[in-house]
Design a protein around this ligand. Structure first.
Ligand SMILES: NC(=O)c1ccc[n+]([C@@H]2O[C@H](COP(=O)([O-])OP(=O)(O)OC[C@H]3O[C@@H](n4cnc5c(N)ncnc54)[C@H](OP(=O)(O)O)[C@@H]3O)[C@@H](O)[C@H]2O)c1
Length: 287
């Protein structure tokens, strides 16, 4: 009998690629989503199940028949551990044998960091687990930072001249699929990076070339960045969290490019040029 994987966040940037990658590998996949009727465009043959971290009654049906879970905490919640803990308790009482958990690069630096607490909760289940800690996604340029690019050709962030080893969500998903389809990586944690550390000015130049339009980086202070996030509906405590992440980036606490993607997947991580070429359609439409 084949292994069934529940993909939490399976409609999102990383998770939809995890679901597609597992299907391509011939695995049985269940995508967890708050609204199975709305969730469109998933990989063929993928079943959807209603699942909401805030609704404990959704946990049992979502975990039925599931052997392993790809887990992440959705963005927007500063206290990620509080949101996710009830589901991890349900998982610990289920037949799930392995969890592949995605958190974020650097969370191991303090036990007080919410996503580090999520890692500890997963460890405490006693199940086999793999932790994936990606750095900043390349994909943020067509998700979080898209509005400024389409409206004005501007990426306005409080990153100063920090250099980031941007990672393509497809590589994170490939790493997750590797961890979900082999026992070799059990018990390990991986910091996931792209191949090159780049400043946002260099990233903007790469996007400009791919989209054939001028896109520039405008370094801004923390306060206007925070105000913009809140004006777009982000909870104030999550906006504060993002501000501290950029403070850490400015202070040099981003990982250096490493070989984890190659070790997990057998292929080199995609470059920002690869990402920009494959996503240029997002930035060519002007507001
Ligand atoms: N962006 C970055 O640069 C970066 C870097 C490092 C780590 N991370 C981490 O990556 C994670 C986010 O991954 P992503 O960008 O792939 O996600 P995403 O695209 O923002 O998608 C969020 C997913 O979470 C699901 N979701 C939202 N609220 C939920 C709830 N209450 N119950 C159940 N599911 C819920 C959504 O599903 P439905 O809407 O279908 O319910 C969706 O599939 C976060 O933990 C973040 O800290 C991000």
């Amino acid at each position: 009998m084949s292994t069934t994987t529940l993909v939490v966040g399976g409609t999102g940037t990383v998770g939809h690629n995890v679901a597609a990658g597992l299907r391509a590998a011939g695995a049985d996949v269940v995508v967890a989503t708050r609204d199975p009727a709305r969730a469109q465009g998933g990989a063929e043959g993928v079943r959807r199940v209603r699942f909401d971290f805030t609704d404990g009654s959704s946990f049992g049906p979502a975990l039925e028949g599931v052997d392993q879970v790809f887990l992440l905490a959705p963005p927007g919640y500063a206290a990620a551990h509080t949101l996710v803990a009830p589901f991890i308790s349900a998982l610990a009482a289920s037949r799930v044998a392995r969890v592949v958990l995605m958190t974020a690069a650097g969370v191991e630096s303090s036990e007080e960091i919410p996503l580090r607490k999520v890692e500890r909760l997963v460890e405490a289940t006693g199940r086999r687990f793999v932790v994936l800690r990606p750095t900043w996604f390349s994909d943020n340029f067509h998700t979080f930072w898209l509005g400024g690019i389409t409206a004005a050709g501007v990426i306005a962030l409080p990153a100063a001249d920090a250099k980031t080893p941007f990672i393509d969500a497809r590589d994170i998903a490939d790493a997750a699929v590797a961890a979900l389809t082999s026992d070799r990586f059990d018990g390990r944690a991986f910091t996931l990076t792209g191949p090159t550390s780049l400043g946002y000015d260099e990233a903007a130049a790469i996007l400009s070339r791919a989209a054939d339009r001028a896109i520039r980086y405008v370094p801004i202070d923390d306060a206007p960045f925070r105000a913009t996030l809140v004006s777009h509906g982000l909870p104030a405590d999550y906006a504060d969290l993002l501000v501290t992440l950029f403070q850490a980036a400015r202070a040099g606490y981003l990982p250096a490019p490493n070989g984890a993607i190659e070790e997990l997947t057998g292929h080199a991580p995609r470059t920002l040029e690869d990402y920009a070429r494959d996503n240029a359609r997002h930035w060519t439409q002007r507001a």
